[in-house]
Ligand binder design. Structure first.
Ligand code: FES
Length: 283
């Protein structure tokens, strides 16, 4: 059982600033509202350019709720120049600390804030996009995000990287590469933890086996996650390594549907069927 500070428990049980700002100046989304662990942050500026109202919505654990609540408290009254200096460590410190296994929740808050500020300044869609090479396909974590977490938080082990970014927390297939990134940045060999077995089949699949395995993976690993939020997905076709899917239910209207395809659906299919698969949405 993790040790939570009184302040974490207070912000979890009585989260501040939960809700929606209809005419927000900046909106930032990170994660996927369909597959959990997602945060939407909105702010409104006053005439002096200070954050006068800030609200959040999240699907996530108690630490994610507490981190988002703390972040909104910290943001009120700040200019955007002051706000963008906040780090994930500042969020954790405001809460009197977070269990290391939950530090990724503070990173989620920092990312949503950055996306919201970017949305205000440049009119971007305010969603954290995957930029750069993806190292952890299970959780869609890029090399850039891993490097930043290592540098900003002084990380030295693969387990710490998992705690701060989730990379390595699924099949474990990316742990060697995370260790190499740690070595490159820290200049010495990282501590490597034991790796669980990768469940992906090693044999070459026939087309029929591949399609069956894709369908099984959708039914067992993907559909239940999407259905939790009223969404669904159907397999339309498989063309070589291209898996053509059609979104259903709430996923059809969801603004982060593409993100869900790339961070939930594709990593699962790569993990359970073949690294070579690419997911595209049916037109
Ligand atoms: S845990 Fe990173 S690729 Fe599976």
């Amino acid at each position: 059982m993790w040790d939570y500070t009184d302040k974490v428990m207070d912000h979890f049980r009585h989260p501040r600033n939960v809700g929606f700002i209809k005419d927000a100046d900046g909106v930032g989304e990170v994660g996927s509202m369909a597959c959990g662990d997602a945060l939407r942050l909105m702010f409104k500026l006053d005439e002096q350019g200070r954050i006068e109202d800030v609200k959040f919505q999240t699907f996530g654990c108690g630490s994610a709720i507490a981190s988002a609540s703390a972040l909104t408290e910290m943001l009120r009254g700040k200019t955007l120049e002051e706000a963008e200096k906040l780090t994930n460590q500042d969020i954790a410190e405001f809460l009197g600390g977070l269990p290391e296994q939950k530090m990724h929740c503070s990173v989620l808050g920092r990312e949503a804030l950055e996306a919201a500020i970017e949305n205000y300044r440049n009119g971007t869609i305010g969603q954290v996009q995957l930029e750069g090479r993806v190292v952890c396909i299970c959780f869609g974590v890029t090399e850039e995000k891993i490097e930043r977490a290592i540098r900003e938080n002084g990380l030295s082990t693969v387990d710490q990287v998992t705690n701060y970014t989730k990379a390595g927390g699924g099949c474990g297939g990316c742990k060697d590469e995370i260790a190499q990134i740690l070595e490159r940045i820290n200049g010495h060999l990282a501590v490597k933890e034991s790796q669980p077995e990768v469940s992906k089949p090693k044999r070459k699949l026939t087309n029929i086996q591949k399609i069956q395995l894709i369908q099984e993976t959708i039914d067992r690993e993907i559909r239940p996650e999407l259905k939790k939020d009223g969404g669904d997905v159907e397999l339309v076709d498989v063309d070589g390594d291209k898996v053509i899917l059609s979104l259903r239910g709430s996923c059809v209207e969801c603004r982060v549907a593409q993100f869900t395809l790339k961070t939930l659906v594709e990593p699962k299919l790569k993990s359970f069927v073949s690294e070579d698969l690419v997911v595209v949405e049916a037109k």
